[in-house]
Design a binder for this molecule. Structure first.
Ligand SMILES: C[S@@+](CC[C@H](N)C(=O)[O-])C[C@H]1O[C@@H](n2cnc3c(N)ncnc32)[C@H](O)[C@@H]1O
Length: 245
């Protein structure tokens, strides 16, 4: 009983704290770029978090012939490594802030690499994965679910599920909370959202994914990792294309 009451108190306190903190977020878009540069707008620690994602995905099996969707690619903190590594046309980036994509392309990626590797970029704030010409068999969303309401997380998962190839592995980071937090604000890139492990597992299961909990992956501000797997046989990308999908 005492633990139950303590959890309720913690849950209320944490909900109030994050509500107050989220009242005046940093501006997004062009206005945001006037007060912070494209590296700071995605959270800074530019090289550390960029490389962390790249090395993690390679360890998780990403090969140049795979098709990767970088969900909320921002200004290519990790995208610049993925674009160079993957075969032409195999990097799919989706992002809601066009200005971040423009800045990242201009300032972070060699134009020769960009024209050789032909990344596909979709600007969308409602997860329009159907605009990509290919079906990803890997996806990553670093530091996206940390800024989304539960409704938007489920929307992202449901829409990616429709586009993903069978066997697709979608790695997503989030802030882990021991108690359920009631988020009153809408999603925003500068607001913090946090969830329990069972909430994150549930979001995946109700949208069709199998869920493998990873937890700590050495993220410098303790975002933890969960992997959503689309059921079905993971074809090699060569086999998948020859099926005409
Ligand atoms: C903390 S940044 C992380 C960016 C990138 N994943 C990285 O690791 O550098 C969060 C990103 O999510 C993007 N974002 C937020 N909501 C989004 C949505 N509904 N659709 C696409 N991108 C979104 C923001 O614009 C921002 O670029």
């Amino acid at each position: 009983m005492a633990i139950f009451l303590k959890n309720i108190v913690n849950s209320v306190n944490e909900s109030i704290r994050l509500y107050k903190k989220g009242k005046n977020p940093w501006p997004e878009g062009e206005e945001g770029l006037m007060v912070r540069d494209h590296q700071k707008m995605v959270g800074g620690k530019w090289d550390q978090i960029g490389r962390l994602q790249f090395e993690f995905m390679k360890k998780s099996g990403l090969k140049p012939e795979d098709i990767l969707c970088d969900v909320a690619c921002g200004s290519f903190r990790a995208g610049r490594f993925f674009i160079s590594y993957l075969n032409p046309g195999n990097y799919l980036g989706i992002e809601k802030q066009q200005i971040l994509v423009q800045e990242g392309k201009k300032k972070e990626i060699d134009p020769i690499i960009w024209s050789e590797k032909k990344p596909e970029i979709v600007i969308s704030d409602c997860f329009e994965f159907d605009q990509f010409s290919k079906n990803p068999n890997f996806a990553i969303a670093n530091s996206l679910f940390t800024h989304l309401s539960s409704q938007d997380i489920k929307l992202c998962l449901a829409k990616l599920f429709l586009k993903a190839a069978p066997g697709c592995k979608f790695f997503a980071t989030y802030f882990k909370s021991d108690v359920k937090v009631f988020h009153i604000h809408k999603s925003h890139s500068s607001r913090r959202f946090q969830y329990t492990k069972s909430q994150m597992i549930n979001f995946g299961e109700i949208t069709g994914w199998e869920v493998e909990y990873i937890g700590d992956w050495k993220h410098p501000v303790n975002q933890v990792m969960v992997c959503y797997i689309k059921p079905g046989t993971a074809f090699s990308q060569k086999e998948h294309r020859s099926m005409g999908d």
